[in-house]
Ligand binder design. Structure first.
Ligand SMILES: [Zn+2]
Length: 162
């Protein structure tokens, strides 16, 4: 269990905290030696709803052109020169919560399928992307820094309406 405690360098996202988000993120490198233990934090996160676990990774070539940041469970992959604003962090943390509650795989499947559905509906990439339920929820609440503290389970489904 000690391993897991060390792994989960938790911090609470404090809206009053003006320090750069990178200072809030775990400094410790992620060590993974057991696939089962790697999965544990997914479930731990849902119980510790007010806490967020995030590892910020700067990458030149990913996400691809047109995107600045992408959240994958607890990894925030972000282009080198993009400023980590509280809005951006909050937006990505909302995606992180969505992914964890859908066990990641169902999030990815639904995201892809809904994108195709929206693309058929709007016939425009940008409009389709902005209207995916996950994005609707994230964009609608990205400025509300306390949003995740009392977000309901599967709250994104309220944004499904066509
Ligand atoms: Zn988004």
């Amino acid at each position: 269990m000690n391993y897991v405690t060390n792994w989960l360098q938790r911090y609470k996202f404090n809206p009053k905290n003006t320090r750069k988000a990178e200072n809030l993120s775990p400094k410790r490198e992620v060590k993974t030696d057991s696939p089962t233990l790697c999965l544990l934090p997914i479930f731990a996160c849902n119980f510790a709803r007010k806490h967020v676990f995030m590892k910020i990774v700067r990458c030149k070539w990913f996400p691809p052109k047109g995107f600045t940041a992408i959240m994958l469970v607890w990894w925030l992959i972000v282009k080198p020169k993009v400023e980590l604003t509280s809005r951006l962090i909050n937006h990505e943390e909302i995606h992180s919560r969505q992914q964890k509650e859908m066990l990641v795989i169902f999030f990815l499947l639904w995201y892809g399928l809904e994108y195709l559905f929206r693309l058929a509906q709007y016939r425009n990439h940008q409009t389709a992307y902005r209207n995916i339920s996950f994005e609707r929820e994230a964009y609608a609440n990205q400025f509300n820094l306390g949003y995740l503290n009392d977000r309901k389970f599967l709250a994104w489904t309220k944004y499904l309406r066509t």
